[in-house]
Structures are given as C-alpha cells and as structure tokens.
Design a protein around this ligand. Structure first.
Ligand SMILES: [Zn+2]
Length: 258
C-alpha cells in the first residue's frame, strides 16, 4: 500500500486555547456556509476507520469516503458495512484504481500525462465496475483522484463514463479545467497530511486554511484516518460537535453541494 503513515506535527501538541481559537475561526463563517468532509484511502477496516465512523455518526455529520477499488474485497466491504451500518450519512465513492503513482517526473499521480488514454480509461472503468459490484446501490458515482489531481484526458474520460462530479483540491480547476457537466467538489482544508514540522506552525496554517475556506462559503475538509493519533480524533470530535451546533454552518455530503 503506497500510503505514508506518519503523523503530522500538530497532532503531537495541542495549543492551550484550542477550543476558543476553533470557535473564533468557525464564527467567521458567512451565513449559509456549507461544509463537507471527505475521507481518503478507505478500503481496509481497522480501529482508526471504526473511530472515524463513530465520530461522524455521533454528530450526525455526512462523510464522503473515497475507496481504493484494488484494496477492497468482499470480506473487507462486509466488515466496513457492518461498522458503518446503513446510513444516509455516507457517500461511498471511487478513489482511483490502486493508488499507484505512474509519473516519473513532477508531482505524483495515478492518472497523469505519462499514461495512455486507454490505460487510464481501463483503470477507471474496472474500479467503477468493481465498486458497483461489491457495494451495489451504496456506491455513488463520484471520483476522488489519488493525490487530488489528474490530467485533461482523464477529465474527458470521467465525463463520458458516468461520473456525476469529481473532488480534487482547490486550485486544480485552474490547472485542469473540467467540462461543465463534471463539477469539482474540491477540498480546501487538510487535517492529516500537513507538512509543517513545528506543531505551532501547523496549527497556525490549519486555522488560516480553515478560515479562508469558510470565507468562500464552501469548506471541504480532507481526512486521512491512517495518519491519525488519539489527539487527532479528539480534535475531529470537537470540530464536528462545533459544526453540528453552529447556526451558520450546514454540513452536507457531495449531493448537498450540487
Ligand atoms: Zn489517497
């Protein structure tokens, strides 16, 4: 599995005024601000996965889960399903095919310009077919690309293979514009794959990112449950509690963004 599992520095030291700071940032949200949560690299059940689902269920906040098709099998899906239970809170959708980097230069990508269109389309279709076969009606036709990016050919493939929308990171829209029938439900806040090496700098950057995202009226928060520790889950629990009770914030899934 090509996933780094180290914990970002901020999850090793909480600031003293964390709760007040978080409340202050959330209070900057404009009226009717929508917020959604997307968890990546889903497929393997485990303690972190169970804890993440439990927190979202407790606060009744929707969670969009990007599932790596090659990592999933029938028994893993049954276990995930048993953990999650049937709920309208969940949006199970596709996260590439096998989370493999095919680029030999530049930024990582599973669906970049170093592969043929045929190869990319084959991976997208077999991922889609595998997830729909295993998950049945629980599978929803949205596509989150590994590393949040893909090339122009992939945009056209996704548009013609039945996907309703994609979810990349903010800024990708300028680099690889999408056809109008394929909206980008992009994330603009990163909880668990932050690179700041100093916890204080990490917190400053996270709060700045969150405030900037809220100001746009549409905040998308990216999660990586494999890169969490108990403190990261404590913060998620606090964040969801504040979001659920905030009068200007509306937690939605992908369908609530379209
Ligand atoms: Zn990923």
């Amino acid at each position: 599995m090509i996933v780094k599992n180290f914990i970002s520095a901020l999850w090793n030291a909480f600031p003293a005024d964390l709760e007040q700071h978080l409340e202050h940032v959330l209070d900057t949200a404009p009226r009717d601000c929508r917020i959604f949560f997307r968890a990546d690299d889903v497929a393997v059940p485990g303690k972190a996965m169970a804890r993440m689902l439990e927190i979202f269920r407790t606060h009744e906040i929707p969670l969009c889960m990007a599932v790596v098709p090659a990592w999933l099998n029938a028994s893993r899906w049954q276990e995930l399903r048993a953990m999650a239970k049937d709920s309208s809170l969940w949006c199970w959708h596709q996260h590439g095919w096998r989370h493999h980097n095919h680029q030999t230069r530049g930024k990582k990508g599973e669906f970049g310009d170093e592969r043929t269109e045929t190869a990319k389309q084959a991976d997208i279709e077999r991922g889609r077919d595998k997830l729909s076969e295993l998950m049945g009606p629980a599978f929803q036709p949205y596509f989150t690309p590994p590393w949040n990016r893909f090339d122009q050919q992939t945009a056209a493939i996704l548009a013609r293979t039945g996907f309703h929308a994609v979810s990349r990171s903010a800024g990708e829209g300028k680099k690889v514009p999408l056809p109008p029938e394929l909206p980008d439900l992009f994330i603009n806040t990163d909880l668990h794959t932050r690179n700041e090496t100093d916890p204080a700098l990490g917190w400053d950057a996270l709060f700045a990112e969150l405030e900037e995202a809220l100001a746009t009226g549409r905040c998308g928060v990216m999660l990586h449950h494999q890169r969490t520790n108990p403190a990261a889950f404590d913060f998620l629990d606090l964040l969801l509690q504040k979001v659920a009770s905030h009068r200007r914030l509306h937690a939605v899934g992908f369908d609530g963004l379209l």
